[in-house]
Design a protein around this ligand. Structure first.
Ligand SMILES: [Zn+2]
Length: 316
């Protein structure tokens, strides 16, 4: 699946794309194959590339293939309520938190993948998935930043908690590109009051300003970043960064959490660039919504679900 999805014509050239593979997913790039959406018109190719490919993903790589690419625009009225979806069970081991690092594309908090009891089960998942890392996507300005959108609405940022399937795969690296290999919880961030539980991470960001820098962070239990309302949408999709593998069961919380404008601004002080390079602010590190195609989105709730209003988890 990996080779069929990622690659274009000619030899693969070193670029920042391998960097993303290595730092985000631990997967090396492979040889290239032809695009799955051939189009003889160069303008068509360029148009397709601009919507599927982030400008930071440089290198000789063609458009991804597949019919389950993420993110997507969620249309609640078209989602299907599944009364058989059980609640999602979340239990993380704060002591398994290891580092926060600047990957050159986003900031990522990593966990010991051998911590067996730290992860999620229930919901749309067949078995327990183990926590590996979480990271954020955000914009240059408040009006954009999330990857998924809801009825066309974009949030200021989006949190992704990435888990892998140890029942099917020997390692996280294998799971990244495998069928039902990953389960990712997505949480939208909107501007509001200070999120106290996020602050320890915000405080550490100045220490990872440049690409390739990391600093120890432990203990940290990311369940404090989940909204109190556990209503979610779920669908089978893909990674939103290379290798864009269609290995992900997405679990997207309906309700956002609130963060203070100053907290979000702290993320924008990070840099895409390494020390010694021309400084480039780390902003707009999100992928555009992809065509729905064969996506079927299920919901754990019958509309309207949890009542609207301030989310009580922000005070924790
Ligand atoms: Zn992500």
């Amino acid at each position: 699946m990996f080779r069929a999805m990622v690659l274009g014509k000619g030899p693969y050239k070193p670029s920042s794309a391998p960097f993303l593979f290595r730092w985000m997913w631990g997967v090396p790039p492979g040889p290239e194959v032809g695009p799955e959406w051939p189009c003889p018109q160069q303008t068509c190719m360029q148009s397709r590339r601009s919507s599927t490919w982030h400008p930071r993903w440089t290198g000789q790589v063609s458009m991804p293939g597949g019919t389950r690419q993420s993110p997507i625009n969620i249309q609640p009225r078209d989602s299907v309520y599944d009364p058989g979806l059980p609640p999602l069970m979340v239990s993380y081991d704060a002591a398994s938190c290891r580092h926060v690092r600047n990957t050159g594309y986003l900031c990522q908090v990593e966990f010991d993948e051998a911590a067996e009891g730290s992860g999620i089960s229930g919901g749309p998942l067949e078995n327990h998935y183990r926590l590996k890392q979480f990271h954020f996507h955000w914009g240059a300005v408040d009006m954009r930043g999330s990857e998924h959108t809801v009825d066309g609405h974009t949030f200021a940022a989006e949190l992704h908690l990435v888990h892998w399937n140890p029942m099917r795969y020997q390692s996280y690296q294998d799971a990244v590109v495998g069928e039902k290999g990953l389960a990712v919880i997505a949480v939208f961030l909107e501007l509001g009051t200070t999120h106290q539980a996020l602050q320890p991470l915000v405080d550490i960001l100045p220490q990872i300003k440049h690409k390739d820098t990391q600093v120890a962070l432990s203990p940290f239990d990311p369940s404090c970043l989940l909204p109190a309302c556990r209503d979610y949408w779920t669908y089978a999709g893909s990674l939103t960064t290379p290798p864009l593998a269609e290995s992900v069961t997405w679990i997207i919380h309906k309700r956002p959490i609130e963060v203070a404008p100053s907290q979000l601004s702290s993320f924008r002080t990070l840099l895409f660039s390494a020390k010694g390079e021309e400084e480039a602010a780390m902003v707009d590190n999100f992928r555009q919504p992809q065509p729905l195609m064969s996506h079927k989105v299920c919901s754990s709730f019958r509309a309207p679900g949890c009542e609207q209003g301030p989310d009580i988890s922000q005070s924790t």
